[in-house]
Design a protein around this ligand. Structure first.
Ligand code: ATP
Ligand code: MG
Length: 251
């Protein structure tokens, strides 16, 4: 048993000539909420897709829940909960049908499946909406349904790629209350976000800029160390200092 839910050493991904993730080393202890931050096109989703077992790294090594990212991607996919940047819901299916579908994928059956679905409907506040077509739900509800689908098999690790993009402040708050509770229960969470109020709720954050990790640590300690009052200022300062970074491109 490894003490880290996620551990990578010099993990890289190149698409043709484009180096998108450059030797990223990350260690995320079990039970931590880790915020992965960085401007558009910096390689966050690419890093996440390597960790979820859906993209083969170009080089480097890593483990997710003890499984090798280069060799055991199928086991990783079964074990983790993953919410992709575009929620993978079936819009023409109802709330209940989506939960049933994902329940089947994770091998839940009969009573166990039913009970778990009911628990998650309650957790996400979707009670009364079970038979509503998911395409007709508002952003906040869709987000919580997608989270519920990712939680069906009680994963020890939850990987969330911009789960709160385009979601209103009240829904974001409810969502983060759920995430914080999961963290208290010992679930490890890796989450990307562009919202710095959310980043401050993480145990640790890493800031990636065009494939390179520029800085990582506890939000409060980083703000003290760099003598700033908020994370926005810290990251804007960091990015400005990177003006001559040869990796800097569009985005
Ligand atoms: N399959 C692919 N083939 C070629 N280039 C890709 C591929 N996937 C991603 N890229 C490129 O890699 C870079 C990083 O993309 P990525 O989606 O990882 O960024 P991101 O940090 O998640 O951005 P955002 O905040 O906009 O979600 C971008 O320039 C993107 O165009
Ligand atoms: Mg992304």
């Amino acid at each position: 048993m490894t003490e880290f839910a996620i551990h990578t050493e010099k993990l890289s991904k190149q698409f043709g000539h484009l180096l998108v993730v450059n030797e990223v080393s990350l260690s995320i202890p079990k039970g931590h909420i880790y915020g992965f931050l960085g401007p558009n096109g910096s390689g966050k989703s690419t890093m996440i897709r390597m960790l979820c077992g859906v993209l083969q790294p170009t080089s480097g090594v890593g483990t997710v829940l003890g499984y090798d990212v280069n060799k055991e991607s199928e086991s990783i996919k079964q074990k983790i909960g993953y919410m992709s940047q575009k929620f993978s819901l079936y819009e023409e299916l109802t709330v209940k049908e989506n939960l049933d579908f994902y329940s089947g994928i994770y091998g839940l059956k009969g009573k166990e499946s039913k009970e778990r679905q009911n628990e998650l409907i309650e957790l996400s506040g979707l009670t009364g909406r079970e038979n509503q077509r998911s395409g007709s739900l508002s952003g906040g509800w869709k987000q919580r349904l997608a989270l519920s689908c990712a939680l069906l098999h009680r994963p020890e690790l939850l990987i969330l790629d911009e789960p709160t993009a385009g979601v209103d402040p009240v829904s974001r708050r409810i969502f983060w209350d759920i995430i914080t509770d999961l963290g208290k229960e010992g679930v490890t969470v890796l989450v990307t976000t562009h919202y710095m109020d959310e980043a401050e709720l993480c145990n640790e954050i890493g800031f990636i800029f065009f494939g390179n990790i520029l800085i990582k640590g506890k939000p409060k300690q980083l703000m003290e160390e760099y003598k700033v009052n908020n994370l926005d200022d810290l990251f804007i300062n960091l990015v400005e200092k990177q003006e001559n970074n040869p990796l800097k491109g569009g985005g």
